[in-house]
Design a binder for this molecule. Structure first.
Ligand code: ZN
Length: 502
């Protein structure tokens, strides 16, 4: 690909100090890759009895990683570059890594790990019994720990910001709130005008071995390089980077529900294309990472939804899909298929939610976790707050807790402040695609040709080659010349789902 010759984000002159800092950062990356390899194997092919030994391996590698990230030597190599090149972006991102790793006392980290360790099984039991009170005492402890963490880390306005900043640097709750408010009315309008859902087409038999072939072909055609990747089955799909030029996708297949495997794989391939680009474009080690979770999600959501659920994309790929599954799709048209994969409806489960209502699920979680961390909501009142919030944002009320406030694993893992990155990903994606279309012309025409090379090259130039030199907000400002804004997302959803409804 032409863009492989682009110069990576760093423009600074190479000095021995910079080389030393890059070498240090490269070793930190290798340690992280090793831990990815261990966890990839654990979630794919490790035999059941391997768990205890694997836990020891992971703990040892994590310990070494933490030691290196908090070592005085790390501080020293960063400081040497800071002194020479005060504006160095490479030094700036590593300074943040060092600061965040050294801010939390060791006994606090241990206590938090231990609390998370026992909360996991309690969450499972609470779900089995459909009983929030099983999880409640664990959640109380995790919320208290998260509040302490916010105090250690520091914030300007509210404790929640300190935690959200770990996932989305520089973003605050006060800025998130109007984004969600801005999405509410347009979402409700679109949901109300959608046709009766009909997904019967997707519930016919789709042999898993054929799906396995087909999704590989699709993601390769989108730009995911199979020579630097793999696709393997797992329970909860994810993407990880166990080595340089080794970025792996995992997925799951359901013979009677085509979207499960198809769109999970395309989603993870979006993450994978981003990660692979960092190696392909030879981004220097300190910057060779995706900057924020919102930025990562902007690519997975873009490939999955904006590209992968578009009519133009399937105008190219539907004949191949029909050929792969002649029995299921013999009498189907591409328009029917496009409608079936874009059904919009109010539902309880976030991970199964469609592109339109998804952000309402996130708004609810944002509101609740913000109130918990800021001390405005007690854990015992969470189930009621959940049901009321569901009613306000989505207009439906859960009938049980398993499909309500117990559905997500995040809080039981001590992750507060993560959820909004999903919606930020959608917002960023729409802003980026709008800008890309100004540069590239008719994106649909390119999708209809099955040609994504110009789109990927545009992201090489504007996003991928910079690695984590900028935050999500900075990328938006550089690319659009304006602030983070929901308008492009709303107009994209209006255009697409307005057409489907008419
Ligand atoms: Zn994702």
């Amino acid at each position: 690909m032409e863009s492989a010759t682009l110069k990576a984000g760093a423009t600074s002159e190479t000095t021995p100090e910079l080389q030393a800092m890059r070498a240090y950062a490269a070793e930190l990356s290798v340690l992280r890759q090793i831990s990815h390899l261990l966890s990839w194997d654990e979630k794919t092919y490790m035999p059941p009895l391997g768990g205890a030994g694997r836990a020891r391996q992971r703990a040892l590698i994590a310990g070494i990683g933490h030691e290196r990230a908090t070592a005085p030597e790390f501080n020293r190599v960063i400081a040497a570059v800071e002194e020479q090149q005060p504006d160095s972006r490479e030094a700036r991102v590593l300074r943040r890594v060092y600061d965040l790793s050294t801010k939390l006392p060791n006994d606090f980290v241990r206590e938090q790990m231990e609390a998370i360790g026992v909360a996991g099984p309690a969450w499972q039991r609470a779900r089995e019994d459909d009983d929030f009170s099983v999880l409640a005492p664990h959640l109380e402890r995790l919320v208290a720990l998260a509040r302490r963490q916010a105090e250690y880390t520091g914030y300007e306005t509210e404790p929640y910001d300190a935690l959200h900043d770990l996932y989305e640097e520089g973003m605050t709750a006060a800025e998130l709130q109007p984004l969600f408010e801005g999405l509410r009315a347009p979402t409700q309008r679109l949901v109300d005008m959608q046709p009766e859902p009909d997904t019967s087409l997707l519930r016919r038999p789709y042999p898993v071995d054929v799906q396995r072939q087909f999704v590989r072909q699709i993601v390769a055609s989108m730009g995911y390089d199979m020579r630097a990747g793999r696709v393997d089955p797992t329970t909860h799909p994810f993407c990880c980077t166990p080595g340089a030029d080794d970025v792996r996708l995992t997925t799951r297949y359901d013979e009677r529900w085509l979207p499960a495997g198809l769109f999970a794989t395309i989603h993870e391939a979006g993450h994978g294309i981003y990660e692979q680009a960092l190696f392909r474009l030879q981004v220097p080690a300190p910057l060779a990472e995706v900057p924020t979770f919102g930025m990562h999600e902007s690519q997975s959501r873009m490939y999955e939804n904006v590209v992968g659920r578009s009519l133009a994309f399937w105008e190219h790929h539907f004949p191949q899909l029909q050929q792969a599954f002649p029995e299921a799709l013999v009498d189907a048209t591409v328009e029917q298929f496009h409608r079936a994969v874009n059904v919009v409806e109010r539902s309880f489960i976030r991970v199964e939610a469609d592109e339109v209502t998804y952000n309402m699920h996130i708004a609810l979680r944002f509101e609740i976790e913000r109130a918990l961390i800021n001390g405005e909501l007690e854990v015992r009142d969470l189930p009621d707050a959940w049901d009321a919030g569901m009613e306000r944002w989505l207009g439906i009320r859960p009938t049980n807790q398993t499909d309500g406030c117990l559905q997500d694993v995040h809080w039981s893992m001590g992750s507060f402040g993560y959820f909004p990155t999903y919606t930020l990903g959608n917002v960023y994606a729409a802003q980026f695609v709008e800008a890309a279309q100004r540069d590239l012309g008719d994106l649909d025409a390119q999708l209809r040709q099955g040609d994504l090379t110009r789109l990927v090259a545009w992201f090489d130039e504007h996003v991928y080659r910079h690695g984590r030199a900028y935050t999500g907000r900075e990328f938006v400002e550089r690319i659009t010349g304006g602030p983070i804004d929901v308008k492009p997302l709303v107009s994209y959803l209006d255009g697409k789902f307005g057409a489907i409804a008419s």
